[in-house]
Design a protein around this ligand. Structure first.
Ligand SMILES: Nc1ncnc2c1ncn2[C@@H]1O[C@H](COP(=O)(O)OP(=O)(O)O)[C@@H](O)[C@H]1O
Ligand SMILES: [Mg+2]
Length: 393
C-alpha cells in the first residue's frame, strides 16, 4: 500500500531519497578529492544557482560518496545562517568533524587551541578550551589560517587524508566572516608542505546567484579564484533511469508505468523541486495500486499547482517592469512560435518590429537563466514550465 506516510518523494528537503544522478558534478568533485590526496594545486569550486536546483542535495550526496572515494576523508559540511556569525559556525563544525573523524587527540587539541584565540568564537561559547597564551585575541583570519594549516598538515601526515569543505548558503555569510574565513582559506589551499605538495584541501561553495560578486563587494579576492561548477536542470535521461528503477526507492514494490515516466519528465522539465512535487502528488493519488500511472501524474500536477506557481513567481521576483512585460508577451505565444522577433512584436504592439527593437531585454533574461534557447536555438523556452502558466494568470 502506498500512503502519504511512506511516500519516498520529499519536496523541499535538501536531501533526496528519490535521487536522480548528477554524474558530471560528482565526477568533478571526485577528481577534486583525488587531487587533494595527491597534493596537486586546484581552485575551489563555486555553484551559483537559484533555489530548488539541488545545491544542498548535491552537497549531501557528496558527503555520502566521499567516504567511498577516500575512506579517511575529513568532511565539513556547513550551511551559513542569515544573521549569524559564520566564523563561529564554521569553527564549531570543523571541531565536530575532527572529533567525528576520530582524529588523533593531538590533532584535535592543536586545531581547537588555534581556534580558541578567535575572540568572536570564544564569546559565542563554541569552544571549551583552556587558553594558555594569556588570552591574546588574534584576528580571526590569522587564527583560522593557523588552525587550517595544522589541520591540513596533520591530515596529510595521517595517511594523506583529504579535508573536504562543503559550504552551503554562502550568499548569507556575514561580511566579517567572509573576509576572515576566505582570506585564511585562500592562503592555506596554496600552501606547500615539506614535500612541495599543497595541503590536502578540496573546497566547494554553493549559494544563490550573486555570490561571486559579493566576494568582490567585500574586497575578498577568493571569488575570483574559484572555478564554476554548473548545476542546472536534471537530465531527462537520468530522470528516466531513476524512475525505471523506482523499486529501489521504496519498499512497497511500487513501479512507474512507462508513459507516466514520460509525462513526469515532460512536466517537471528538469526542475528538481518540481520533480519531487509531481512525484509526491502522483504517489499519493491512488493509495491501493502498485503502479503509478499517467492519471496519477496528472493528479500530482493538480495537487501541486499552487506550489509550482509559487516557485515560478519566486523566479520572476526582482525583474524589471520591462522584463516582465516582455515575458508576458512571450507567454502569449505557443512554444513553436516563440521567437525573439515574435516576442518583440507582441511587446511593442507593432507587427513590423524586429528583435533589435527590444534591445537587450531577451539576452539579459537569457543570461539570468529565466528563459533558455530551444534545442534548435531558434525559439525561446521558459526555464520553468510553470512560468508560462503563471505569467498568463
Ligand atoms: N539530484 C536530485 N534528484 C532528485 N531530487 C533532487 C535532486 N536534487 C535536488 N532534488 C530535490 O529538489 C528540491 C530542491 O533541492 P535543494 O537541494 O534543496 O535545492 P537548493 O539547495 O538548490 O535550493 C528538494 O526537494 C530535493 O529533494
Ligand atoms: Mg539549499
Amino acid at each position: 500500500m502506498r500512503s502519504a506516510a511512506n511516500n519516498p518523494f520529499n519536496p523541499g528537503f535538501g536531501d533526496a531519497d528519490v535521487w536522480v544522478e548528477r554524474p558530471e558534478q560528482l565526477g568533478v568533485i571526485h577528481s577534486m578529492v583525488d587531487r587533494a590526496v595527491t597534493g596537486a594545486k586546484q581552485a575551489p569550486r563555486l555553484i551559483e544557482q537559484e533555489r530548488g536546483y539541488g545545491k544542498t542535495t548535491l552537497l549531501a550526496a557528496v558527503e555520502d560518496y566521499v567516504h567511498d572515494w577516500a575512506p579517511g576523508a575529513i568532511v565539513v559540511r556547513v550551511a551559513a545562517v542569515d544573521g549569524e556569525p559564520f566564523t563561529a559556525l564554521f569553527v564549531s563544525r570543523l571541531v565536530a568533524a575532527l572529533r567525528h573523524a576520530s582524529a588523533a587527540a593531538e590533532l584535535v587539541g592543536a586545531v581547537t587551541d588555534a581556534l580558541s584565540r578567535i575572540r568572536q568564537v570564544r564569546l559565542a561559547g563554541v569552544l571549551d578550551v583552556a587558553l594558555d597564551d594569556g588570552g591574546v585575541d588574534q584576528p580571526a583570519s590569522i587564527a583560522l589560517l593557523d588552525a587550517l594549516g595544522r589541520l591540513g598538515e596533520a591530515a596529510r601526515a595521517d595517511g594523506d587524508r583529504p579535508v573536504v569543505l562543503l559550504l552551503d548558503e554562502a550568499h548569507v555569510i556575514d561580511p566579517q566572516s567572509l573576509r576572515a574565513v576566505f582570506t585564511a582559506l585562500q592562503e592555506v589551499i596554496n600552501r606547500p608542505d615539506g614535500s612541495g605538495r599543497v595541503l590536502p584541501f578540496a573546497v566547494l561553495l554553493a549559494g544563490l546567484p550573486g555570490l561571486r560578486s559579493r566576494f568582490k563587494q567585500h574586497r575578498v579576492t577568493f571569488g575570483e579564484r574559484c572555478r564554476d561548477l554548473e548545476l542546472d536542470r536534471l537530465d531527462d535521461e537520468a530522470i528516466r533511469d531513476a524512475l525505471l528503477r523506482f523499486e529501489r526507492f521504496n519498499e512497497q514494490g511500487v513501479r512507474f508505468a512507462p508513459d507516466a515516466i514520460e509525462r513526469l519528465i515532460e512536466e517537471c522539465d528538469g526542475h528538481p523541486h518540481v520533480f519531487q512535487l509531481l512525484g509526491e502528488g502522483a504517489w499519493d493519488a491512488t493509495p491501493d495500486a502498485d503502479v503509478i500511472t499517467v492519471a496519477d501524474v496528472e493528479a500530482g500536477l493538480a495537487s501541486s499547482r499552487r506550489e509550482r506557481s509559487r516557485i515560478a513567481a519566486a523566479r520572476l521576483s526582482g525583474l524589471t517592469e520591462a522584463q516582465l512585460a516582455w515575458l508576458a508577451a512571450a507567454a502569449e505565444l505557443d512554444d513553436d512560435e516563440r521567437t525573439l522577433t515574435a516576442i518583440c512584436r507582441g511587446y511593442r504592439g507593432n507587427p513590423k518590429a524586429t528583435a533589435a527593437d527590444c534591445g537587450s531585454l531577451g539576452s539579459a533574461l537569457l543570461t539570468a537563466g529565466v528563459i533558455r534557447p530551444s534545442p534548435d536555438s531558434r525559439r525561446i523556452r521558459f526555464a520553468l514550465r510553470g512560468m508560462r502558466e503563471h505569467l498568463r494568470t
